[in-house]
Design a protein around this ligand. Structure first.
Ligand code: UD1
Length: 365
């Protein structure tokens, strides 16, 4: 008999992760994957284009929740997903990452005694001011299958008392998709369209509330980006949350007027990958980009105090800047001078086969 697995997506970073599962689903004929979209992200640039580019199927259900406060958004996803499950109960509910859609559906499924699988389990920033950290802790505590990207995840889960038999070190599904799409992304040469030299520019993304919701912090970052643009052109892909905050602080117009800064609407997955792969440095607060740059061996300066992905620092190309702008400038100068030294080892199990390991476990239930 076919086992049906609901694969939950909601926000932008979910799509490339689940694409790895759909890409190999044919190899597991006893499993039926059903794509459920919560509608947490709804703009074409934040959602629709990802479904198309990554070859994902039409969702069997779209809960259409949209944006609102955390409590309202989470509650609306729970109500919608419970209705779906009442109509069409799966054997497993699989959630990825740490967004509100993940915690909401995991909670519904666990209460309805449906097995919960969490992909990207065990990551911890130990910073409970981050909404994602709360989502991670609760989702993991509800999960029956904890699929872990990096060894720190196992250690964190064991320290929290999770039974070891639930934990599976499988590698990184986002890197599966990265490897699958890399050649096509490279062929796009998106930087040439923008008139930029390969390995001659910085790629910037920012969206964490801790960086963009506070005027002082945001204007401090903008000053550093302006400084950076004297060294190299800066391509800044502006998330809707960030755009709103830059506009209300009158910083968007300021950046728009500068020759060395290219402001872009949110880029599609393939365009972002194309820009990233030819960048000299990536400056970000995204978890995904910390991992992708490590896999691609591109220097990454992370504008955060902490990371839930320590392997990107220990074995990858990531440096945490933590508001230390003297360090930021030193690292930019090192990168510019070709002397930025980081480990360049291949990370264990980030090999393009994580999705296969996950479905091989779920096939046995
Ligand atoms: C969410 C995730 C975050 C993830 C990020 C990636 C949570 C708690 N946060 O944060 O972990 O890294 O997605 O983008 O789940 N908006 C649009 N169009 C859209 C979606 C959002 O304009 O399609 C605007 C809305 O004004 C909204 C704001 O962006 O208020 C923020 O969206 P929201 O989903 O609340 O959080 P993100 O900051 O995107």
């Amino acid at each position: 008999m076919n086992k049906s697995i609901d694969i939950i997506v909601g926000a932008r970073p979910n799509f490339m992760k689940v694409a790895a599962l759909f890409a190999i689903a044919d190899e597991f004929p006893s499993i039926e994957l059903r794509l459920i979209h919560t509608g947490q992200h709804y703009d074409e640039a934040m959602s629709g284009v990802f479904l198309k580019e990554l070859g994902l199927p039409e969702p069997v259900c779209n809960l259409g929740v949209g944006s609102s406060s955390h409590a309202t958004q989470t509650a609306q996803i729970m109500i919608g997903y419970e209705q779906w499950v009442n109509k069409s109960r799966p054997e497993v509910c699989l959630v990825v990452g740490d967004v509100n859609s993940s915690i909401a559906c995991a909670l519904v499924a666990a209460k309805m005694q449906i097995l919960v699988a969490h992909v990207e389990a065990g990551l911890r920033s130990f910073d409970r001011t981050m909404p994602e950290e709360l989502n991670r802790i609760v989702t993991d505590s509800l999960s029956d299958f904890l699929f872990v990207n990096e060894p720190s995840g196992i250690e964190n889960l064991i320290n929290e008392g999770v039974v070891q038999s639930k934990v599976h070190l499988v590698g990184n599904v986002m890197i599966d998709t990265l490897f699958r799409q890399l050649t096509e992304a490279k062929n796009r040469d998106k930087h040439l369209v923008l008139g930029l030299e390969p390995k001659g520019y910085a790629f910037v993304t920012l969206h964490r509330p801790s960086n963009v919701d506070d005027y002082e912090v945001l204007s401090g970052i903008v000053d550093q980006l302006i400084w950076l643009s004297n060294y190299m052109p800066v391509v800044f892909s502006v998330h809707p949350r960030t755009k709103k905050q830059l506009q209300s602080a009158n910083l968007y117009e300021k950046l728009q007027g500068l020759q060395g800064i290219h402001l872009k609407e949110p880029l599609s997955y393939m365009d972002a990958l194309s820009i990233m792969v030819s960048a000299k440095v990536v400056i970000t607060d995204s978890g995904g980009l910390q991992e992708e740059t490590s896999a691609l061996q591109i220097p990454c300066l992370t504008l955060r105090d902490n990371t839930e992905r320590p392997i990107t620092i220990d074995e990858g190309t990531n440096t945490l800047i933590a508001g230390n702008w003297a360090l930021f400038r030193k690292k930019v100068e090192e990168i510019e001078g070709g002397i930025y030294v980081k480990n360049k080892s291949k990370i264990q199990l980030w090999d393009g086969a994580a999705a296969k390991r996950i479905l091989a476990v779920l096939e046995t239930i």
